[in-house]
Design a protein around this ligand. Structure first.
Ligand SMILES: Nc1ncnc2c1ncn2[C@@H]1O[C@H](COP(=O)(O)OP(=O)(O)OP(=O)(O)O)[C@@H](O)[C@H]1O
Ligand SMILES: [Mg+2]
Length: 299
């Protein structure tokens, strides 16, 4: 192996970079201390509704009285801001010292996303691994969320750079929520997610099955992507099952309009399913049932 001698200037540059990384890591630890639960949303493939599930769970947790933030960790294709009705390039307030402030939308969801900082939708982000890590680290280090109960982190599909980076940058990550669709549910996929979480020493808080079925106007039920075995698999592997979200054309339409489906159609099965899922999450991570003060009284 041949070693290359580096100049003093190069050495200084590397040292400065290392110092900056260490300072950012310290800032992340300080900021994350103010957030009780940090949950990343995981899926094995694209387009299964992770981002929709993220905004809906955030809405349901906010309606349940929790202070909620979303970090859009999909650096290449941030979409959360649009689902929340904020145009690309909307901006985020910043202080001269570099601190940035998330944008708050009803019903009390704070959002930090690169999508708010890009000049326009067509701007492609062609960052490779290390730059994506830098972007995520900077977003986590410089965003001032204040005190939060929940920070949900939307991620691109798979178990790659972003997922690893988040798990490394947030050592006390509460865990992952796995989003699947019925056709996608297989033992292999669940096993893969469990192995990934185990390797990182993180827990899987639960599985949510999106696009589970379609209710026809005559009341009959169609299992468009097949009848999912997510619940059975969750049981088999001892992972909490958080519920099924039906296919509803109003979901796509509301997301495209930038309206929170959860607030627009509170009577829909999907909105109710999200409220239940949020209740389960609260029970799992906070260790208490919604509406009961048991845990607070004893703890
Ligand atoms: N249950 C549903 N019923 C109808 N449409 C849905 C449902 N869930 C999601 N969609 C729509 O499916 C599309 C994909 O959803 P979304 O962007 O949330 O997926 P994703 O997993 O985040 O995708 P990506 O992997 O690209 O980040 C969107 O147009 C969304 O509005
Ligand atoms: Mg997405």
């Amino acid at each position: 192996m041949s070693a290359k001698r580096i100049s003093t200037r190069e050495y200084k540059q590397v040292a400065e970079r290392m110092k900056k990384i260490q300072e950012e890591q310290k800032l992340i630890v300080q900021r994350m201390r103010k957030i009780k639960y940090k949950i990343a949303i995981l899926s094995n493939k694209g387009g299964v509704g992770k981002s929709f599930v993220t905004v809906s769970l955030a809405g349901a947790l906010a309606v349940s009285g929790r202070k909620v933030g979303i970090l859009d960790g999909d650096i290449h294709g941030p979409t959360i801001h649009k689902m929340l009705g904020l145009p690309t390039g909307f901006g985020m307030l910043a202080r001269p010292d570099g601190t940035i402030f998330p944008v708050e939308v009803p019903p009390g969801i704070k959002l930090a996303s690169l999508g708010l900082l890009l000049p326009e939708d067509e701007t492609p982000i062609i960052w490779r691994g290390s730059l994506k890590t830098t972007a995520l680290r900077e977003l986590l280090a410089y965003t001032d969320w204040g005190e939060l109960d929940y920070l949900l982190i939307d991620l691109p599909p798979g178990t790659g750079d972003e997922q690893l980076t988040i798990a490394q940058l947030i050592p006390d990550l509460t865990g992952f929520i796995l989003v699947t669709i019925p056709s996608d549910v297989s033992k292999v996929i669940v096993k893969k997610a469990i192995a990934f979480a185990n390797r990182l020493n993180k827990r899987i808080i639960g599985i949510i099955e999106n696009m589970a079925y379609f209710k026809c106007p005559d009341g009959s039920i169609q299992y468009i992507f097949g009848k999912g075995a997510a619940e059975d698999l969750a049981k088999e592997y001892g992972i909490p099952f958080l519920g099924q979200i039906p296919i509803d054309p109003r979901i796509r339409e509301a997301n495209d309009r930038g309206k929170l489906f959860f607030l627009e159609y509170p009577e829909s099965e999907a909105a109710k399913a999200f409220l239940k899922a949020a209740e389960k999450i609260i029970e799992i991570v906070e260790g208490k049932k919604e509406g009961s003060d048991e845990a607070e009284a004893s703890g």
